[in-house]
Design a protein around this ligand. Structure first.
Ligand code: ZN
Length: 148
């Protein structure tokens, strides 16, 4: 099995069986995200311990890429501090948007499965929607529109 097959399997698996799907009630923070190009709608709820993401859930409906990306993100960011989140977000954003990125997808673990998205510019917003939505929640904003 080559890397492309492996990455496709990760996306299919996380779309079919999204991890951390649902809502935290009560939640310290929440935001709703919308990608008007594709119609993806996601909500993220977060509970914090100090500046650390203690728990996170997402729900909503969207295409396979948007759901798989959100599922992968929730696994990747749980337990991270706000600073660690910002660093990871920056690396994922570069991976998704820059063809000449020097980031090795394998260095991002399962998140590397999203690296194929940059070949399909229309899908980048699908993959980045959850990250924009979580960032909005962490900044105490309640609405996010995927703009890049
Ligand atoms: Zn989409």
């Amino acid at each position: 099995m080559d890397l492309k097959d492996l990455y496709r399997d990760v996306i299919v698996d996380h779309n079919k069986n999204p991890r951390n799907f649902g809502r935290l009630e009560p939640a310290d923070l929440h935001a709703d995200g919308h990608n008007p190009l594709c119609g993806d709608q996601l909500s993220v709820t977060v509970n914090m311990t100090g500046d650390r993401i203690a728990d996170i859930r997402f729900d909503g409906s969207g295409c396979a890429i948007s759901v798989a990306s959100a599922s992968l993100m929730t696994e990747a960011v749980r337990g991270k501090t706000l600073t660690e989140f910002a660093a990871l977000h920056a690396r994922v954003h570069e991976l998704l948007t820059q063809h000449d990125s020097s980031i090795d997808p394998a260095s991002l673990g399962k998140l590397g499965a999203l690296s194929g998205v940059r070949e399909f510019p229309a899908r980048v917003k699908c993959a980045s929607l959850c990250w924009h939505t979580l960032q909005a929640a962490l900044q105490h904003e309640t609405n996010a529109i995927s703009t890049e």
